[in-house]
Ligand binder design. Structure first.
Ligand code: 5GP
Ligand code: MN
Length: 347
């Protein structure tokens, strides 16, 4: 098995550039993103959707689950199929598709109920993703680059490298900007390279209002979400100063009480990192169907490894997630134990 010396990831997929020559033939295409898509998953998928549509392909975007209301302003979002709501329709589209692009996820399990269907898919699977250790054996073509800020940046590169830069219109620019802006923490993380800023400058030249996009994404919530945030920071935040770690654990009944919807807890895990000295922030939420964990870190503490080791998850070195089949209390206890096991790296 060959390894990429930079990332130590095995190579199985053919270079994505090999499909450029095939782009001129109209094809039935499906684009799939990860469950509970964020702005990068939705933005990169819709950016690619608008691009492939212009080339004459017949394109359907499928999300494994529902998505947050604050993504609904994206052009094309109203056409996205929710796999859980429309399984039969989605399966029949997949049965007829020739290509499936998989965007912004590294393992098929990130598509939950779609995973088996994707695994059995007979056509060509193509990966575009920036998470670590992808299941590259599932894909015929693909690109996995953990140095990239976002999948949206990778879709931008894909369009440029395919020789169709002129196809990037305002709709595509808005979708890709939303993805790159949110995945870089509003251009804060080290992943916001000079190339990212050049990309944004180029997108701006194609004419879109970036202030409007920030408003759509960040000033578009209901009162209950702000009250919930206040409650959680007041009553559900524990700080372990000895380990430079903070934990927020939220019971299911509080999500119900505050009428919390998909996407309302996005960003909550970042608040504890604003406390001086905190290196690791964790958010553990009882979502009833499962316990969802989010981890964020500053500096060298690798939450991708942490999530993989203890919580069946993964992601990036400073932002990762996972899950647990235990109760909320048991998961919190497991987290505290894991934190203590990592004391030397946290202190
Ligand atoms: P979030 O905490 O916002 O859900 O996710 C942070 C990062 O970790 C994202 O890049 C997301 O794709 C990844 N991630 C979240 N949950 C999981 C998981 O259960 N498994 C894996 N492999 N990655 C996850
Ligand atoms: Mn992403």
């Amino acid at each position: 098995m060959a390894f990429n010396s930079a990332t130590l990831q095995p190579f199985y997929m053919k270079d994505i550039q090999e499909i450029f020559a095939l782009l001129s033939r109209p094809t039935k295409v499906v684009i799939v993103m990860h469950l509970k898509p964020d702005a990068d998953a939705m933005g990169s998928s819709l950016g690619l959707f608008h691009f492939l549509n212009q080339l004459g392909h017949s394109v359907t975007v499928i999300s494994p689950t529902n998505w947050a209301d604050w993504l609904k302003w994206m052009k094309g979002c109203e056409k996205v199929i929710d796999y859980e709501l429309n399984t039969e329709k989605a399966n029949s589209i997949l049965d007829n598709a020739e290509w499936v692009f998989c965007l912004d996820f590294n393992t098929l399990s990130r598509t939950r109920k779609m995973a088996a269907k994707l695994s059995d898919f007979n056509g060509i699977k193509i990966l575009i993703d920036h998470h670590q250790q992808p299941q590259s054996e599932y894909f015929v073509y693909g690109i996995s680059d953990t140095s990239k800020s976002s999948t949206s940046e990778m879709v931008y590169d894909f369009i440029l490298d395919s020789g169709h830069a002129e196809k990037i219109n305002k709709d595509i620019a808005e979708c890709l900007y939303a993805g790159v802006m949110t995945d870089t923490g509003s251009f804060r993380f080290s992943s916001a390279t000079a190339s990212v800023h050049r990309m944004v400058a180029d997108l701006k030249d194609r004419g879109f209002d970036h202030s409007k996009i920030h408003e759509n994404l960040f000033d578009n919530f209901l009162e209950n979400r702000l009250r919930f945030t206040g409650h959680v920071l007041q009553s559900r935040l524990d700080i372990f100063y000895e380990y430079n770690t903070a934990l927020i654990a939220i019971p299911w009944k509080e999500l119900v009480k505050y009428q919390i919807k998909t996407g309302d807890t996005e960003g909550l895990v970042n608040y504890p990192l604003t406390i001086q000295g905190i290196k690791l922030a964790a958010l553990i939420i009882d979502r009833d169907e499962e316990i969802k964990c989010s981890f964020r870190s500053k500096g060298d503490f690798d939450v991708n490894v942490f999530a993989r080791t203890y919580f069946e998850g993964g992601g990036h070195s400073n932002a990762a997630g996972g899950r647990s089949s235990d109760t909320l209390e048991q998961t919190v206890q497991r987290f505290i134990k894991a934190m203590k096991e990592n004391a030397s790296q946290l202190q």
